[in-house]
Design a protein around this ligand. Structure first.
Ligand code: GRF
Length: 209
């Protein structure tokens, strides 16, 4: 049984795999009231050693690790995720540095209810294989003068779902993939993601009424 106050917020699960700086941005947005239509009620990590889990624990957010490696198949992995989502009455899934592929069957269960943050201006430098530093290395190789971040809904096409928000970031002549990655996170991802999560949570609440 959900309490009345919890029922008035969209229930959010954040999927992570690593450092969790985007998760931290969401936790901070919740604490400051910028994220007010949704509440992070679950953090799921695909890696038990992820620092993101420590961030969840510090903020007393229920968390669990579902190791992809420990599962015999994609089906077993996803059925564990689906159970955790159902048990926690999740309305919205946020992929924040989540390094596992989700199948078409999985994403089709949650139309416009899974969002992802990608560190480039989609449709540039995105799609299969474009994650981590590779995105920024490729952007620098092309000599682009602006890059940025995109928050989008997740569908069966990698980085192909409807775009919710984008923010451009200037590329500097002295940039390395690492400095560009850091600046895009600081100037774009950490602002864009909490704002987009608030927008989508608000829509979910309206639909629930
Ligand atoms: C971020 O650049 C995010 O866009 C990407 O993974 C990186 C790591 O994020 N998907 P985090 O520190 O684990 O949130």
């Amino acid at each position: 049984m959900l309490t009345k106050s919890k029922a008035r917020k969209a229930r959010i699960a954040v999927f992570v795999s690593g450092g969790g700086t985007n998760l931290q941005a969401l936790i901070d947005a919740q604490a400051s009231g910028k994220l007010k239509s949704g509440e992070i009620v679950l953090v799921v990590s695909s890696n038990s050693g992820a620092f993101a889990l420590k961030r969840a624990q510090k903020s007393k957010i229920p968390n669990l690790s579902v190791s992809r490696k420990a599962c015999k198949s994609q089906g077993e992995f996803e059925s564990k995720l689906i159970h955790a989502l159902g048990d926690n009455h999740i309305d919205l899934i946020v992929l924040a540095g989540f390094m596992c592929i989700l199948s078409k069957d999985f994403v089709m269960r949650y139309p416009e209810r899974i969002i992802n943050v990608h560190p480039s201006l989609i449709p540039s430098f995105c799609g299969e294989g474009f994650y981590g530093l590779k995105v920024h290395e490729t952007a620098l190789k092309h000599g682009v003068k602006v890059s940025g971040a995109t928050v989008h809904f997740v569908n069966e096409v990698t980085d192909g779902g409807k775009i919710i928000a984008q923010k451009a970031v200037r590329v500097l002549a002295k940039d390395t993939p690492e400095t560009l990655q850091q600046r895009i996170m600081k100037e774009a991802e950490w602002k864009l993601l909490p704002a987009a999560v608030e927008t989508v949570s608000k829509i979910i609440l309206k639909e629930k009424k």
